[in-house]
Ligand binder design. Sequence first.
Ligand code: HEC
Ligand code: HEC
Length: 162
Amino acid sequence: MKKLLMLMAVALLPLTALADSDNKYGGENRGKPLLPKQINAKWQEECGACHIAYAPGLLPADSWRKLMSGLDQHFGTDAALATNENRAITEFLVKNESNRWRAKSAPLRITESAWFKAKHGTHEIAPDVWKRASIKSPANCQACHLEAAQADFNEHRIKIPK
Ligand code: HEC
Ligand code: HEC
């Protein structure tokens, strides 16, 4: 009996650890790490042309698939790519998706995810701060995160512009 109880305890350990990260932000959590060691150069170049190249770990694979299949109508712009480039970039994004996203949701925007909203709530940033000309859009990560382009969002490297 004692042995059985021990076995049960050992079997349950990883389950409780998993449940903890599962529930964070209703399952909409960013990945860790956000960026793999091997970066795809095409992704960096093409997806970093108009804004920072958003790290693959910021969203789940389904978000990236949706986004990459609608590049000709990308938030009001045309960001379409040649088929082979699209395929290579999609592969890179999907392979390095958020490894902590458990929800079935797949938002097109990072800024619509539960983890983003939780980290950027009114307790951290007053609502009128977002309206500053120096920020313009919550998607403009590098306005506040000085090293956002390197997927470094460490709180010590945040400076909210005037
Ligand atoms: C021609 C310019 C352009 C290119 C190239 C481009 N984007 Fe965008 N992207 C935009 C614009 C404009 C927005 C909307 C920004 C805003 O709302 O402030 C956007 C928004 C996004 C967002 C949502 C940000 C958020 O959370 O609000 C994601 C994710 C994204 N782009 C991914 C990509 C990926 C992946 C690529 C490369 C395949 C790419 N973009 C290439 C113009 C571009
Ligand atoms: C108006 C300034 C501002 C903008 C724009 C902004 N952030 Fe933040 N971000 C913050 C602040 C402030 C925090 C809270 C830091 C803390 O918890 O102490 C934060 C926290 C974070 C964290 C958590 C850091 C940690 O170590 O817990 C991540 C990840 C993050 N932001 C990513 C992003 C991404 C990705 C974007 C763009 C899509 C973005 N942020 C846009 C100000 C901003």
